[in-house]
Ligand binder design. Structure first.
Ligand SMILES: Cc1cc2nc3c(=O)[nH]c(=O)nc-3n(C[C@H](O)[C@H](O)[C@H](O)COP(=O)(O)OP(=O)(O)OC[C@H]3O[C@@H](n4cnc5c(N)ncnc54)[C@H](O)[C@@H]3O)c2cc1C
Length: 416
């Protein structure tokens, strides 16, 4: 069924009894051409583009829990293309272009809202750095505007411009940045892949990778062995554990990232704002909750929930930037496992094992990458060649020293 305004009216008038499940629940087959491990945003978009762009449909996505239960459903939904380093710049620019047509492409309301993103700067040096980033964005064909303090005060009057410790000098504005409904992105790709014949198999944990003579031949799962000559590892915060099943040690450390949401409030923030003097960023959801987050918990962990010192740090940054937030009641907080690479940039590559491909290391910026990553990884899996926008995301760059170090601070970015 195609979704449309007409369907909403028709179903509304007939008791909403005509909606169908959005994907099948197939039993795993003994063999597939390609197996994707991980039913998050990246795994589902990879499967979708394999079917749509390359006509490959004998594919299974194996998900240990339920579709969309990982980081795709835990992030703070910011989508932007404000990167400056060669490698990231062309990739995120490409991904943003896919976002802009994604609702029509998937026939799904993913609530993509280009409400703009502001990165605040608080010193002359920081302004120079952000001006460079803005120029790189414009060179890449994207949009960037540098606002001074007076213009910014008109646009975001609720920020604390009188703060003497962290004075706001201005902001780098990215009008095409914004947010999208995160789990709807997973559902939209899942439905599109399923409609094209891809088997989405939930409650199916991969527990082993079968390799013979240096080539992949299948996987062991909690629902039995499944054969395949091509395997894509797309498991976000579990990349090290799953790659270890193939005897690989990845240049990745896993840390927890937390996020927070307040009770629903009347509209106050119609954009996305990142503080430049601490680890804090904020937007407002369409339901009215203020959605915000900070930095990593900074010790390796698979706990999927965060610690209190980081919560306190985030609250302090929030109060420094926007004191009125002290009146809002916090509704929930949660955490997700972030696979951090040494340079903070991801990996989309083949491995030394024939037929084994890796999509990993998205750190805390992988939601905005979902369309571009799926498109590029599908291209690599289907053709064996790197897709141009993602061609620099090689695994051996950490041996070769060819890093894509976006902020010159390794994996310690403060933007999400
Ligand atoms: C609090 C927080 C805020 C964030 N904010 C942003 C943001 O604003 N903007 C942004 O761009 N990014 C953000 N991110 C990062 C983004 O969410 C991730 O980079 C991205 O979602 C990771 O890719 P994924 O969607 O494929 O991951 P996931 O949804 O985690 O998918 C991986 C899947 O693999 C499955 N899996 C793991 N092991 C196995 C196995 N052995 N067998 C089978 N299945 C397995 C997991 O169950 C999971 O469903 C944030 C993350 C967090 C936690």
């Amino acid at each position: 069924m195609r979704f449309s305004g007409w369907q909403v009216i028709k179903q509304g008038l007939t008791g909403n009894k005509g909606w169908k499940p959005q994907w099948r629940k197939p039993e795993p087959k003994p063999e597939y051409d390609i197996i994707i491990i991980g039913g998050g945003g990246h795994g589902l978009s990879t499967a979708y583009y394999l079917a749509k762009e390359h006509g490959l449909t004998n594919i299974a996505v194996l998900e240990k829990g339920y579709l969309g239960g990982g980081n795709i459903g835990r992030n703070t939904t910011v989508v932007r293309a404000d990167y400056s380093q060669p490698g990231n710049s062309e990739f995120y620019s490409y991904s943003l272009k896919l976002w802009e047509t994604l609702e029509n492409e998937l026939n799904y309301n993913i609530m993509h809202s280009q409400r703009g993103t502001y990165r605040l700067f608080h010193s002359d040096g920081q302004r120079d750095g952000f001006a460079r980033v803005g120029n790189a964005m414009i060179n890449q064909g994207d949009d960037a505007i540098l606002f001074g303090r007076d213009e910014l005060r008109k646009r975001l009057p609720y920020l604390d411009f009188g703060n003497t410790r962290f004075p706001i000098f201005g902001a780098l504005y990215h009008p095409r940045g914004g947010t999208a409904r995160h789990d709807a992105v997973a559902w939209g790709y899942a439905r599109g892949a399923d409609q094209r014949g891809v088997d989405l198999i939930e409650n199916c944990e991969v527990t082993g990778i079968d390799i013979e003579n240096g080539a992949v031949c299948g996987v062991q799962t909690t629902r039995g062995a499944i054969r395949a000559k091509k395997l894509g590892i797309v498991v976000a915060g579990r990349s090290s554990q799953v790659a270890a099943m193939a005897g690989m040690r990845l240049p990745i450390e896993s840390h927890i990232l937390q996020a927070f949401v307040t009770e629903g409030l009347k509209p106050v923030i119609d954009t996305v704002i990142s503080f430049g003097m601490g680890h804090f960023y904020i937007s407002q959801s369409d339901k009215g909750g203020l959605v915000f987050g900070g930095d990593l918990d900074y010790y390796p962990s698979y706990a999927q929930r965060g610690n209190l010192p980081r919560a306190e740090h985030v609250a302090e940054a929030a109060m420094a930037l926007m004191p009125m937030i002290g009146k809002a009641k916090l509704l929930r907080s949660w955490g997700g496992i972030m696979d951090m690479t040494p340079d903070g940039s991801p990996i989309i590559d083949k491995t030394h094992i024939d037929g084994l491909f890796l999509n990993a290391g998205w750190c805390y910026g992988g939601f905005k990458a979902v369309p571009g990553s799926g498109f590029s990884f599908a291209h690599l899996l289907a053709t064996g060649n790197h897709h141009a926008p993602a061609a620099k995301y090689r695994l051996n760059r950490f041996n070769a020293g060819d890093l894509i170090d976006e902020e010159g601070t390794g994996s310690q970015h403060n933007l999400h």
